[in-house]
Write a protein that binds this ligand. Sequence first.
Ligand SMILES: [Fe+2]
Length: 242
Amino acid sequence: MRYYISDLHFYHLSLNEHMDCRGFADCEEMHRYMIGRWNRKVRPNDEVVILGDLSVGGGKATNAITEQLNGRLFLIQGNHDRFLGDKHFDAGRFEWIRPYAEIYDNKRKVILSHYPIFCYNGQYRKKKDGSDRTYMLYGHVHNTYDEILVHRFQNITRGSLRPVKGQEGLQHIPCHMINCFCMFSDYTPLLLDEWIENDRVRREELNRGGLPGHDSAPEQPGREEGFPSQIRAHSPEIPGKC
Ligand SMILES: [Fe+2]
């Protein structure tokens, strides 16, 4: 099995009160929960692709986490993964560590980047049965207003038509960008097909103006469609931003 997950942010205490508002009492409680969720799903021979921001701890501290996680680890570098420059970090725990990768997963092409890529490689490729072939998995934006902007971009792109050589009429533009943010899966790594379904449900909720498991916000002046209460501005003024 191959699983994916992003932005776990081990040791990032401030995310319990700011931005993500995870709600754990301290890092110890957060780590215990996240490691438990991970190991409940992942077996030792499974593969897990981490889409960046694994840990804000140093090399030794991050090693102490990866030693407890099941599976063969692959890391796409995130902007917070500063442990990568620490001489005490054990890179041998990872099969590879890269800033970007393209892989295949059950006949789908998968683009892997910490940052969302709006025009990704292979976006227009089709399988023989005519279904879309490529998925872009990303992290970085967590559940912020930037994620709403990505969502709006996807809606605009999917709703757009373009001429395609050799085909009659206009065709819809494929756009399959999936935010693998760990809180969207309750900190559990998911298969590609599980993320596709998770993403479909979440985006349907976004289109209705809310998110599963959250109360809807009181009406605010200038509140726009698809801007739920827990979405926070992804701005430098917010402590603990990613
Ligand atoms: Fe992050």
